[in-house]
Design a protein. Sequence first.
Lengths: 207, 207
Amino acid sequence: MMDVMQNVNKDRDMGHSQADKARNRERILDEAARQIRETGLEALSVGKLMQKVNLTHGGFYGHFASRSDLIAQALERALLAGKAQAQAVRDPNKPRTFSAIVRSYLSRTHRDSRSTGCAISALVSDVGRADAQSREVMERHIEDFISAVSTALGDDDKGRAITAVSAMVGAIAMSRVLTDQKRSDAVLRAVRENIAAMKSDDAHANI
Amino acid sequence: MMDVMQNVNKDRDMGHSQADKARNRERILDEAARQIRETGLEALSVGKLMQKVNLTHGGFYGHFASRSDLIAQALERALLAGKAQAQAVRDPNKPRTFSAIVRSYLSRTHRDSRSTGCAISALVSDVGRADAQSREVMERHIEDFISAVSTALGDDDKGRAITAVSAMVGAIAMSRVLTDQKRSDAVLRAVRENIAAMKSDDAHANI
DNA sequence: TGTACATCAGTGAACGCGCGTTCACTGATGTAC
DNA sequence: TGTACATCAGTGAACGCGCGTTCACTGATGTAC
């Protein structure tokens, strides 16, 4: 009986050591990064977030200065997690080819896992109207993504990479709007096929 | 003195006739359509919206059943207004060529006028996580946009139009995130140039 | 055309609610001896 | 290694605030005669 009570408390308290605090901070950030991708930057509620990680709302301010401080950090975390998620799928030994990037980015799996996928496509519109600080955070990741694609294409100029990234981000974002699964699938397929052609012709022909 | 007072009241009351009511409903909807494109679906506040059109919050429920009812209707309005705005710019006598569509969509002017521009690029991410009703509203307009582009391209298949639309929507949405104006301009330019090539080669080569 | 009355568009006070944030408290952790 | 105390991670009640929504009211509009 006493043991049961203590276990219940353990689950809730999560310990009070410094290591526990650091671990809790990570859990809060990870969960926030998931939630903003799932429901947007503004929908995040401090109380619900803390409940989700089995803590009470009051403790939040031992970890973050304010809700908007958390959101800024969660956005960075979401962008990193989305990238890591993409790279976890592939074989770490082989270099990432252009077609491998396009295939995994424009997959139905990616479309259907908003809360763990790329934060750019999950939050472009939102961040487009956010403050300069948030925009700069995403800006760095957009640049990185473009650079990675440009390298995979073997281009000096970034024009084609920019176009491919725009099409990929737009396609995933739109595919999540479409309620008709066939149409949604068709968007992913069309962009995948049209864009794949970019690499196959080595002469820099039309796109 | 009496005249002045009456004029002040006129500005606020806006009259009580049925025609006035219909006009007020339109003003509320138009302003809501602007606001959701500027600040997102969720940021809209009934009180602030009514203040903006010189009415008091209580009157709102004479026009709409609820805030979410208004939002659904404002989304449709925003999508229509964005389309109308695009068509107002061009010469109504000439047919819309593919390159004309691309040039105006991917213009700096369009990027810089979120509250009057295309609601798809302003709200893709938001609507992607909204309820089925809102998604269906935007879905119809995405399909229309794809059809218009496909016609301009003279294609039977919609694949290339889907790719062009994805790239345009993604490019405008991302260009609004970038704080570095040069980079933002470069995204618009790159996609404009790469996509323009789609039409010039009539043989259905690579994109 | 003019009057009397019913209708109804818009007003603004009031409501309950969930939110972000603060703070006195508790008890486990870490440290000084 | 063991004890005594300071620290501090997490708790939960309380706060002020803005929100969506309701409603009794006002006075202009529209209609019946």
